[in-house]
Write a protein that binds this ligand. Structure first.
Ligand SMILES: Nc1ncnc2c1ncn2[C@@H]1O[C@H](COP(=O)(O)OP(=O)(O)OP(=O)(O)O)[C@@H](O)[C@H]1O
Ligand SMILES: [Mg+2]
Length: 522
């Protein structure tokens, strides 16, 4: 693996923690602390994402080698790696939480590929750091499988995200109280290697402002612009303004993607908001099964439902306001910050409308199409209809409906037979109106089907499907994890041989832990 080149700009260009001890503490005046991963007993590669490996320059022989498992389990370093943990804070569930930081994530280095792209490699679960607070620095296998698979699933869905290179089991038990009910138990431990151009979060900026450390704040802002937004130019004020505007814009597009694929992040704290507009931190996330805009997968959020599906775009805006607050001291005049926030709203509204129209097969959207879309979502909610399967079924609707009913055309999308039967006529009436409207815009049914299937995924990583793969892997059989990794690479293609993986959530999974609700215990 000698051919890999590392160029660690984050630690080379930003102030680091002068204290070399790996002890939990407040770290002041520094963007990072040097820290080594803590070795594990028996690192074993459970899965690798072949396209990420290839993108980074690892050959299949290299990823299969014991050295690869050792490096990405935290037991060895490659030449040029210089591990660190980043300092950040954050607003959690609306409250300022002070210093958080990489408590179990350790970045190994910034790899520069032969193509000239820069990718930071970061282990999650690699042992304690100065930011670990009261926790152990580790991650359990179940949450690591979820992070590994979903990172790649999102990428292949076309959703901006951090990616995942590898999943290594450690051979060491990790104790967790899954239900937070006083029953801690040992579970297998694992380490995921995440990959992104940057792991900087809104909270990396907030922490310096909270500490009135405007010098380091300005350094981090200007570093981020120079390294990660190199196309932005102008004088320093113009650059900072354009940068904030772009962060707002990227975040708006991210929210539209989440809404499109039915993804619910579950913990949209400002420390989980990427400055690049990537999905970051796959914790208690979930995917809509039955369309319920009020749904949140996170048990910790069950009361307030702050992070429910429908609320995500508003929460992102609230988080952008916290970022604006954090960088405001660097602006003589805050007009550009307000303009950036307004831009978020404008971009979101336009892109969201276009996204919804595309999901329904419309090319243009007028009042008729608007009404049809609104009515469809209301019906889906009222009738307990599966979000993902509904849109695929609609895409598959025949060129001529004849006298087919909606129940026949939509097929296996219903969670409740009584609701289905009660609303059958309303659904059929809606379907006929939609069919006429869409036929006016796209007379060729085959073209419409292709266009709709390109935005409405066939496969999403439903919680209960991931949970079955987790149960098998925990029992020693990683084959389902590897199968999912294959299937999720073509989420818009129908893969009939894997139809079992796209079935709507079975009844047994409705209230099972890991299948419909998840705790933050990871
Ligand atoms: N087991 C742990 N040991 C040490 N620190 C932890 C642990 N779990 C969470 N933390 C820290 O608690 C904070 C909030 O946790 P959160 O669940 O958002 O993050 P995470 O899942 O660990 O990581 P990330 O955001 O990097 O994906 C983070 O600063 C994180 O580093
Ligand atoms: Mg986090």
């Amino acid at each position: 693996m000698q051919t890999l080149r590392f160029d660690n700009r984050f630690v080379d260009e930003l102030p680091g923690d002068p204290d070399p001890r790996n002890q939990r503490r407040q770290v002041l005046g520094a963007a990072w602390s040097a820290v080594q991963p803590t070795p594990v007993t028996a690192p074993q590669l459970l899965a690798v994402a072949p396209d990420v490996a290839a993108m980074l320059g690892f050959s299949p022989e290299q990823t299969a080698s014991p050295e690869f498992a050792a490096v990405f389990g935290g037991n060895a370093l490659l030449e040029g790696m210089r591990p660190w943990a980043a300092c950040y804070g954050g607003h959690q569930f609306g409250q300022w939480a002070g210093q958080l930081g990489d408590g179990r994530a350790i970045s190994l280095g910034e790899l520069v590929t032969t193509a000239g792209d820069r990718w930071e490699l970061q282990l999650k679960g690699a042992g304690p750091t100065p930011y670990s607070r009261t926790a152990d620095g580790r991650a359990v296998l179940r949450s690591s499988i979820r992070e590994f698979l979903c990172s790649e699933a999102m990428h292949h869905l076309g959703v901006p995200t951090t990616r995942a290179l590898s999943l290594v089991t450690t051979g060491d038990p990790v104790v967790r109280d899954v239900l937070y009910n006083g029953n801690p138990a040992p579970e297998p431990g694992a380490v995921v290697c995440r990959v992104a151009p940057s792991f900087v979060r809104f909270g990396n900026f907030e922490i310096f402002t909270a500490r009135h450390d405007l010098t380091t704040l300005a350094q981090l802002v200007d570093f981020t612009i120079a390294r990660d937004f190199p196309h932005i130019d102008g004088d320093v004020d113009a650059r900072r303004a354009a940068w904030f505007r772009e962060v707002c814009e990227r975040t708006a597009h991210l929210m539209v993607h989440w809404m499109r694929v039915g993804f619910v992040h579950g913990v949209m704290n400002t420390d989980n908001m990427s400055i690049l507009g990537l999905t970051i931190d796959y914790g208690p996330y979930g995917w809509l099964d039955n369309f319920d805009p009020q749904w949140t997968p996170n048990t910790t959020d069950a009361q307030g439902r702050r992070y429910r599906y429908a609320q995500q775009p508003a929460v992102a805006q609230w988080n952008l306001m916290r970022l604006a607050d954090a960088i405001a001291p660097l602006f003589r005049d805050v007009t550009p910050l307000q303009a950036g926030l307004d831009h978020y709203g404008d971009v979101f509204l336009v892109a969201h409308e276009a996204m919804q129209a595309a999901k329904f097969g419309f090319v243009r959207q007028g009042p008729d199409e608007d009404a049809l879309i609104t009515e469809a979502f209301a019906l889906m909610e009222r009738v307990d209809i599966d979000f993902t399967r509904f849109f695929r079924a609609l895409g598959d609707a025949p060129a001529a409906l004849g006298d087919a009913s909606a129940v026949t055309v939509l097929g296996d999308v219903f969670y409740d037979a009584t609701l289905r039967d009660t609303h059958a006529d309303a659904l059929t009436a809606w379907l006929r109106r939609w069919h006429v409207a869409v036929g006016r815009q796209r007379p060729d049914a085959a073209t419409r089907r292709t266009a709709m299937h390109a935005v409405n995924p066939w496969f999403v990583l439903r919680n209960y499907v991931a949970q079955q793969a987790i149960d098998a892997a925990t029992a020693g059989d990683p084959s389902q994890v590897r199968l999912l990794l294959e299937v999720l690479r073509r989420p818009y293609d129908e893969q009939p041989e894997h139809a079992a993986l796209v079935a709507r959530r079975p009844e047994w999974a409705r209230h099972k832990v890991g299948c419909s609700m998840l705790s933050c215990s990871s």
